[in-house]
Design a protein around this ligand. Structure first.
Ligand SMILES: Cc1cc2nc3c(=O)[nH]c(=O)nc-3n(C[C@H](O)[C@H](O)[C@H](O)COP(=O)(O)O)c2cc1C
Length: 205
């Protein structure tokens, strides 16, 4: 390990999902700096498949209502007990309305190969999703390095029509995830992280 590699390795290890967030919201400059770093992620075929949206306070209630209604239908179809449904919906609403700063990440298919068979199209879309993960990791690492708290919320992937309609997004934008951002609450402790297990999760052939 060189002196140059140590800070980045420390930053990777130090990043955690911080769900205990306090205000104030990030400044416009902070948001733009983080998104600009997300937009340097690797992407397939030299594409730029990511779109980010900062969701201000005025749309949050409507967004939470629309997403909550969609999730309620799914949970009721799963025959979940009503108490568990209400608890899950309340928690999800609080996360959407209460995040000091809320970003939405979307994907577009611009530049992807338009295979007509399902197998290759799924693989091609998978490439874009890999790139989205890389973009979000950039953003989460940069937020952590700035002393901010942040975590990934995957709910938009399950209610894409409601997210697009509420935020007036183009029909070609595919909502993938929110990132909640703010300042870590003093009393927040992340979940224990298992030690990397190379014995199970890595092999050589
Ligand atoms: C694709 C993906 C989806 C996730 N969705 C959620 C989510 O909906 N809500 C949440 O609280 N955390 C979510 N997370 C965060 C994970 O729970 C978290 O990364 C994991 O528990 C490991 O903890 P760490 O990030 O602190 O290392 C998601 C992470 C990924 C990569």
């Amino acid at each position: 390990m060189t002196d140059q590699s140590r800070p980045i390795e420390d930053a990777i290890r130090a990043r955690r999902s911080v769900r205990g967030l306090d205000g104030p919201p990030l400044s416009a400059e902070e948001v733009e700096a983080l998104v600009a770093l997300a937009l340097t992620a690797p992407a397939p075929h030299h594409t730029r498949p990511w779109r980010f949206v900062e969701i201000g306070p005025t749309r949050r209630e409507t967004l939470a209502d629309a997403m909550g209604a969609a999730w309620r239908r799914d949970l009721e179809d799963d025959a979940q007990p009503s108490k568990a449904v209400e608890r899950a919906l309340d928690r999800s609403r609080a996360r959407i309305t209460g995040a000091p700063t809320l970003l939405l990440g979307c994907l577009v298919a611009d530049g992807l190969k338009r295979y007509t068979d399902e197998r290759r199209w799924r693989a091609e879309w998978g490439l874009a999703q890999h790139s989205f993960g890389a973009a979000l990791q950039n953003l989460l690492l940069a937020a952590s390095a700035r002393g901010l708290g942040a975590y990934w919320i995957s709910a938009p992937l399950y209610a894409p029509d409601e997210v697009r309609a509420t935020l007036d997004l183009d029909a070609t934008w595919e909502p993938q995830a929110f990132v909640a951002l703010g300042h870590p609450r003093d009393d927040y402790r992340p979940f224990d992280r298992p030690t990397p297990d190379l014995g199970t999760e890595f092999t050589r052939r």
